[in-house]
Design a protein. Sequence first.
Length: 534
Amino acid sequence: MTQIQLYDATLRDGMQGEGMSLTAAEKLRVVHKLDELGVHLIEAGFPASNPKEEELFALLARESFVNAEIAAFGMTRRRDVAAADDPALRVLVDSFAPVCTIVGKTWGLHLEKVVRVDREENLAMIAESVAFLREQGKRVVYDAEHFFDAWRDDEAYALRCLRAAADAGAETLALCDTNGSSLPHQIAAATARVVDELGDAVRVAIHCHNDCECGVANSLAAVDAGARQVQGTVNGIGERTGNANLVSIIANLELKMGYEALPAGHLDRLTETAHYVDELLNVAPDPNQPFVGRNAFAHKGGLHVAGVRADATTFEHVDPALVGNHRDLLVSELAGKATVVEKAEEAGLAVDDAAAARVIERVKELEHEGHQFEAADASFELLMRRESGEYEPLFTLESWRVIVEKREDGKVQTEATIKLWADGERYVHTAEGNGPVHALDAALRGAITERHPHLADIELVNFKVRILDETKGSDARIRVLVDASDGTETWGSIGVSTNLIEASWQALVDSLEHPMQPGRADVAQAAAARPART
């Protein structure tokens, strides 16, 4: 099986994306995670470009890795400066990194408008920089910047740039689609020509950006044409619209094209790695990301669910477990009985066909009103319990009231009062909050935790509000989604109303009633034993 070398540029190229930032310690954690995944080369950045990079390289120098090598990034020597005298190249030489990746110009437009050197001087800059690093014992990856733009402009000169690097001792030539301007057929044709011309002497690599939404496709086309190293970033982060998504590239290489990219048995770490990097970046994982997203193997339509239950390959292009993901059956007005039955089984409920039919009809009614149960698993489970007779209310509401008062001094005071009945006793509680929902939540907890003290451990971890019919302005119907957690399990609940506080109340009540239902502790224990949801 042909081996494809994986080159990760998340910590350098990826950090050029808007809002992307990691501390040196966080970058070190990413390096270890990529090493665990099985990535071969990790580009850590330019060793002395800023204090953070200096700190990172100092940390990396003390670490050991199982699968990965560290690459330091830089550029060819400056014009009119000898390679041995170039401070930036000296920094690369002084770095512990065994591999140096240097970027050089290939496109005539850049020579004329950016670096302002003639073509022969550019060739000398490439060759002398590579040769100097090789003399100092470094292995060199040469990144031919804007290679495919240069190829379309002047094939002969683009090849001369590559030959200059190869003849000077570069072990890898990376063909860079820096502007993300190319299409797969263009990438394939140019890469095949380079492989034919230089592939016997050096490894040919591909480095794509995603400006035409072709980053992954272009990378795969290059591999098909003979490239044997692929550069990219985790989840495709990077400048402008991002880099080629290394996560999708890995999955496609191994599952679709028959190449070896990761060590045997490591592919199922892909989802975990993708989400780990997102979490460190404080970015919510894209639910629709291929292979590793929450929705990548989610099924909503009744016919789809029935097909998957009969044979998963009817509606799944690969087994989700292969990439560390899992199948999910979404609940909606499109769902069939099979979805309800499976969801009931997960919740430890016995739902017969009649109850399943009632659940489906109720879901249709509620979704017509604006409910959406994909992210409200707790509310859906409560709905199933009501229709199957296994629902136990936490309390009976007598009334609630919320008062919001703005005072002359500009301060806003919010107060909520709850009156409810539980086990034959009446409870009244008043609480203040920094807003009506906060006050209502505090009052409800104050009233009910006397009888159920462990409910105080449940926290609201997310609160989302959406206007459903914007044309009606302040009279619009509103959907509230709440995520709650006990520190071990997280669940979602929903409320819909033309009144924001009423919609919030519905979601709040469901979030507290859900963990108190009969048998929930056993269900939570069983869920913990299953593969983690993504």
